[in-house]
Design a protein around this ligand. Structure first.
Ligand code: BGC
Ligand code: BGC
Length: 800
């Protein structure tokens, strides 16, 4: 049967964590005393966005998390001491027994996926894909240890890591969260990371030492969805599911991983979160996983027959804890009502609570006292400590993969170095998504105290040897350099936002190709350094540059790049290139076009300098197929239309060329410059009601983006403000609008309205025919430069 696994064909393991008799006795004693309400509370995890210590006191919630966009006091950039203070507040609320409850201490989870990456000043390690290039399990264990220690400084106890995805299609925007496309390589790392984070499986009372609990995610085949679609469906066979995506769970279980997070995705059309045969049959029964299973961010709402507010199916399938960020209260009430009505088996509830209490017992939560009293708490000097940064810098050195060297490397340290490319001095960009903010956007170098950019590292290295480095993003110079480094590649992204239709850079990211060409034409040797979460078609840069280095997403220690690129005074390398490709590199824009470099490829200084055979180049400028871009450069996305409409549906004009007239002459549409010549459309309206719309006859489903806190972004300039304006979305039988003050502005401003707001106003986000509508009343004159989905608003509109 499709989507139903046969556990007996899966490998059997033994969960090595011994049951502690005193813990077991305590669990039995607690279970006997807990009310049904308290038990249900343990099964629910709320996000900091939407929960207070008072809620925890009242509902006895089992856990809180901090999602990518949340932080203490509503600020995901809160300073470290605020995190510890919040940890204390939630802990104290959880153990408060004045209402007669048992007071089970709460556990706090965070996405410390490459270091304690939500915290300003923490050590940021390379994302997993770069670590995959390093082929060094001992290094991975050290990274786990450092990460755990830094988490403990701010009072959290649980990281949603490691991601053990085995990405098979790098169009997937989360591919960089996986170590490799090779299941064996991923499997060789998982145990090391779990051990680094949790200590050995025999370890009891983790909080007495420098440890936290880990979570291997996302079970199962998050990296195996068809066409690499995030949260999509994996239509592979059960054998592939087991041998590719299931493999890393063996070592995770052998190391006693405490929690497993279930994937948003589906297998053979069935959502994992509701798949009992996999979650209970395979993971718990066959693989003997003895920790607890947590679902992903409202993923229960995607299970057939469920909503974000109600999903007993997830518990029945084997989920022990619901990640119900903003829906914890309805989920709690729904589970409670069903348990009271007797339609939810008490045995399953008790079993889930038992698993959660076991992990809490092993963690040592019952004895640890409040977070600020525990070892390492408040030792802020441990965040980004020199010895931690040294581990990260070592990881950067080991992750670099050399694809080409015609002899320009190592760079001579004494000369004049030009460092070009927009990414050269940008720590946020070299850190990627899941860094301080969810998408890794909206932060700059000032948010990374103590960190080093790629330029920073290069200039330190050459200056130490008497040379000089000049930063010039566009590659221009006044004094001719001896050599140039051009840093280019991807900009940060995380879930959904990183999905692409082809393995190419977005067109606006390819201008450094011209910089490389220009420098070459002047006879200056060029080293290309690529910041990227995945292998991409970059043949123009490979052809033109004299050397090509893949740096992946190195994180806060950009100095590691200079360590390998810049030689010593004698012209010898100080460190060699040891990184090897963690996944194959494409010959052209799709993997199906063939492979340029196989998995495992990577040169070193010892390799002879080979003759370069020119690679074929194709026009990739339209291939990225960014489905979040609805209107740009004066045109709507392919198959979409730009409309100006009046009060009645008949009164509607499709704008294809400019200048144009609409509404019987009441509105005029012209071109305006924005980013590119005539990149915007300007609308002059004489008066009355008018609306500018983007329409797609194929209804658009933006439900998953809505769930994920994404904004509808509209970049516009206003010469003459209307009397009133509203912004919204329309579906076949639904509409949702919010008021928009729309002030006059001297320049283009990027406004954002949360999709959640439009949904709360009534838009059916699963089926929109006009996903963007701007409605005005009265005379107005404004231009629209861009409409897209994203998170980087300059002004976020309120949702009254
Ligand atoms: C992601 C998880 C993450 C969780 C909490 C989800 O959307 O898929 O990887 O741990 O959010 O932020
Ligand atoms: C949160 C992330 C989460 C995502 C779920 C975002 O709003 O900040 O932590 O992973 O939604 O899709």
């Amino acid at each position: 049967m499709a989507g139903v696994a046969n556990p007996e064909i899966w490998p059997a393991y033994d969960y090595p964590v011994p049951l502690q008799p005193d813990d077991e006795a305590r669990i039995a004693e607690l279970l006997a005393r807990m009310t049904l309400e308290e038990k249900i509370g343990q099964l629910v995890q709320a996000d900091l966005c939407c929960v207070t210590p008072e809620d925890v006191r009242a509902y006895n919630l089992g856990s809180i998390l901090v999602g990518g966009n949340s932080g203490p006091n509503g600020n995901d950039l809160s300073p470290a001491p605020d995190w510890l203070k919040a940890a204390d507040d939630f802990y104290e609320a959880s153990v408060d027994t004045t209402d007669g409850g048992v007071g089970v201490p709460i556990v706090w989870g965070t996405d410390a996926v490459h270091g304690h990456s939500n915290i300003i000043g923490a050590t940021i390690f390379p994302h997993n894909i770069g670590l995959g290039a390093a082929r060094d399990p001992a290094l991975i264990e050290k990274i786990g240890e450092v990460t755990a220690k830094e988490i403990r400084v701010t009072g959290q106890e649980w990281t949603f890591a490691p991601t053990v995805a085995v990405p098979q299609d790098f169009r997937w925007g989360r591919a960089y969260e996986g170590y490799s496309s090779d299941p064996e390589l991923v499997a060789s790392y998982v145990g090391a990371m779990v051990r680094g984070l949790q200590g050995p499986p025999s370890n009891d009372n983790l909080l007495a030492g420098p440890y936290v609990i880990a979570s291997t995610k996302h079970f199962l085949a998050d990296g195996g969805t068809d066409n690499g679609v995030d949260q999509g469906d994996s239509s592979i066979s059960e054998e592939e599911l087991r041998d590719i995506h299931g493999l890393p769970y063996g070592p995770a279980i052998a190391e006693g991983v405490s929690t497993v997070m279930v994937s948003f995705s589906s297998w053979q059309g069935k959502k994992m979160t509701g798949n009992k045969s996999l979650v209970t049959g395979v993971l718990k029964d066959r693989m003997d996983f003895g920790g607890f299973v947590v679902s992903d961010w409202n993923a229960h709402g995607q299970v057939a027959g469920c909503t974000n507010e109600s999903c007993p199916q997830a518990l029945t399938a084997g989920i022990d804890m619901y990640m119900a960020p903003d829906t914890w209260k309805p989920i709690y009430e729904d589970l409670l009502a069903r348990a009271r009505a007797g339609t939810l088996p008490m045995t399953r509830i008790d079993d889930a609570v038992t698993q959660i209490l076991r992990v809490k017992g092993r963690l040592g939560l019952f004895e640890a006292g409040k977070p600020s009293d525990r070892p390492y708490s408040g030792e802020y000097e441990l965040l980004g400590a020199p010895e931690h940064r040294e581990v990260a810098r070592d990881a950067v050195r080991k992750s670099l993969v050399l694809l080409k060297n015609s002899g320009v490397l190592p760079l001579a340290p004494g000369g004049r170095l030009l460092v070009a490319g927009q990414g050269a001095d940008d720590i946020a960009r070299q850190s990627g998504g899941w860094t301080l903010t969810w998408q890794g956007t909206g932060v700059d170098n000032s948010h990374f105290p103590g960190a080093t950019s790629i330029f920073g590292g290069l200039s330190q290295a050459v200056e130490a040897a008497g040379g000089s480095a000049e930063l010039s993003p566009d590659g221009s110079f006044t004094t001719r350099p001896d050599a140039a480094v051009v840093v280019f590649g991807e900009t940060p992204y995380a879930e959904f936002q990183g999905d692409r239709a082809a393995l190419v850079l977005d067109p606006e990211l390819t201008t450094p190709f011209e910089t490389i060409e220009k420098l070459k034409a002047q006879g200056i040797p060029v080293v290309a350094v690529m910041i990227t979460g995945r292998p991409l078609y970059v043949n123009p840069a490979l052809n033109d540059a004299d050397a090509f280095v893949v740096a992946w997403l190195p994180g806060s220690e950009g100095g590691g790049i200079a360590d390998v690129l810049v030689g010593d005074r004698q012209g010898n390398p100080r460190y060699d290139f040891t990184g090897r490709l963690p996944a194959a590199w494409p010959l052209a824009t799709l993997m199906s076009d063939g492979t340029l470099y196989d998995y495992g490829y990577g040169l070193s200084y010892a390799d002879p300098i080979s003759q370069w055979a020119e690679l074929p180049e194709v026009d990739a400028s339209t291939l990225a197929g960014d489905s979040r871009l609805w209107f740009s450069a004066g045109s709507p996305a392919a198959r979409w239309s730009l409309l100006v409409a009046g009060e009645t549906t008949g009164d509607q004009t499709r704008i294809t060329t400019v200048p144009a007239e609409a509404l019987g002459g009441r509105a005029r549409v012209t071109a305006e410059n924005y980013l590119v010549q005539e990149g915007a459309r300007r609308f002059a309206i004489d008066g009355g009601m008018a609306s500018v719309q983007l329409r797609n006859f194929e209804p658009v489903d933006i439900n998953r983006e809505t769930n994920a806190d994404i904004l509808l972004l509209v970049t516009m300039k206003v010469w003459d403000a209307p009397d009133s304006a509203r912004i919204g979305a329309i579906g076949q039988d639904s509409r949702g609008f919010a008021d928009f003050a729309m002030p006059e502005t001297p320049d283009f401003v990027r406004y954002g309205i949360s999709l959640k707001c439009l949904r709360s106003k009534g838009a059916d986000v699963t089926s929109l025919t006009q996903p963007f509508v701007l409605q005005t009343e009265g005379a107005a004159d404004f231009a629209i430069g861009e409409v897209r989905l994203g998170t980087d608003a300059e002004v976020t509109l309120p949702c009254d």
